[in-house]
Every structure is written in C-alpha cells, then in structure tokens.
Design a protein. Structure first.
Length: 248
C-alpha cells in the first residue's frame, strides 16, 4: 500500500489528510464533551435557583471550603445602606442601557453583603429619581449568589470616583461600602429576586441570567462537517492524480 501511494505521489498528501481528519474529529468530540458538561451545568443551575433558600452562614461555609456556590439560593435580613449604593453598567432587553443597583445590606452581626437589587434605566440612576425604592426599614432579601468577577478583555476599568462600575469587583465595592474598614464584607454578591418588588417598582430585580450560551452541538457539527469535507476533497484529488499517473 505504501509503495502504491509513493508511486502515485499520494503518500504525503495522505498523511496530511489523515492528520487533519484526526484533528477535526478530535475537535468535534471535544465539543460534544463540552455539550454534556454545559447541559449538566444548566441543570444544576436550575435546581439551585429553585431550591429553598439557605442562610448566609451556609453560603459562607461553602465559600470557605472552596466549593462552587454560584446560583445558590439564599436569604438575608438587614438594612440597606442606601447612601453607599454602587452603579454597575448594564444593558436591558426592554429598557436599553442603564445600571444595576448594588446596595450594601448591613446584617444584625454588623457584617455587609452586597446586594444587586436590580436594573434601573439611565434616567433613574440617581437615587433622588426613585426615592420610594430607598427602603429604610429592615428587609428580608431572597436571591441567588454570584461570585466576584475579574476584568475581562475589552471591559473598561471601573471608576470608583464617579461610582460607575463595569465589572463586579467585590474588594473595591466592599471597601466603598465598609467606609470605616471595620465591617466584614461577605465574599459574594446576592442577585435579589424580582418579588417582592420595591415601592415605586425600581430597581427591577430578578436580573440573573439562568440561560447560558450553549452552541456546542452546532460547533461539533461544524468540525465533523469539515472532516467529511476534507475526506471528500482528498478523494477527488487522489482520484485525479491516480488517473493522471496511470495515463502517464
């Protein structure tokens, strides 16, 4: 077989085709593995997001053990430090550009947890434009835990001086919330649920995106399709060369 391929000048084209075919099939298989992982993750998120809420103490223990706590449903009771709210830039499908309102919640033990109360459009960024929602009484918050972020490529730097944030920097936001530096800041955020809605309707909670992008099956089909196309192109090329060498 090798002798025939050499005589037909097809040995190295065959090696190159085989290497490319193996690489493309491997990429397709990898995407199928990613598909299984993503489906499991989506199912786990759905299960967590609809479970009975647990206390912050349970969440703290999970964080200290290094466990995955994202999307864990929790509850917390305290008072909002409305004068220390942070404004995290966001886009809403209905209202367009605006901000998530990140408000420190001071708990009975003096610690602080940062709560994403929800979305407001640009013209409601100032707390003076939504005074009814600046709740002074003790509140019970139920929501989903979210981990801090790191700045990604093409994401602007946060501007604490103007209180405009583009990514969830819990260290900087926590420092701004605990102005005396004494209060302990929990190492996660809570995305508050939509209900009960605050007086005046703003901010609008329930902003957690539970639907994760999942195009791995499409990507797998693309790689498998390229592998099939490679075989077809090689077959046409090899047949043509074979006929030419026979004619010669």
């Amino acid at each position: 077989m090798l002798r025939t391929l050499r005589e037909k000048h097809l040995l190295w084209p065959s090696v190159a085709m085989l290497a490319g075919f193996v690489a493309l099939i491997s990429l397709g298989n990898w995407q199928m593995q990613r598909l299984a992982w993503k489906n499991h993750l989506v199912a786990a998120i759905g299960e967590r997001a609809h479970a009975a809420p647990v206390s912050l103490a349970v969440a703290d223990e999970a964080a200290q053990r290094g466990e995955d706590y994202e999307y864990m449903r929790v509850e917390a009771t305290g008072r909002f430090l409305n004068d220390r709210e942070a404004h995290l830039y966001a886009l809403d499908a209905t209202h367009g550009p605006g901000f998530y309102i990140i408000t420190p919640l001071k708990l009975a033990d003096g610690s602080i947890v940062l709560v994403n109360r929800g979305f407001v459009p640009n013209d409601l960024k100032s707390p003076n434009r939504r005074p009814a929602g600046q709740i002074a009484d003790e509140v019970r918050i139920v929501g989903l835990l979210r981990a801090p972020e790191t700045q990604r490529m093409f994401v602007p730097a946060n501007d604490p001086g103007r209180n405009i944030w583009y990514w969830r920097d819990i260290a900087a936001m926590g420092a701004a919330a605990a102005t005396d530096g004494a209060a302990r800041v929990h190492p996660f955020f809570i995305d508050a649920e939509a209900e009960p809605a605050p007086p005046g309707g703003w901010p609008k909670g329930g902003v957690t995106r539970l639907e994760l992008p999942n195009r791995h099956f499409e990507y797998a089909l693309t790689w498998y399709g390229l592998a099939a196309a490679l075989v077809a192109v090689y077959a046409a090329f090899a047949l043509g060369r074979w006929r030419r060498t026979d004619a010669a």
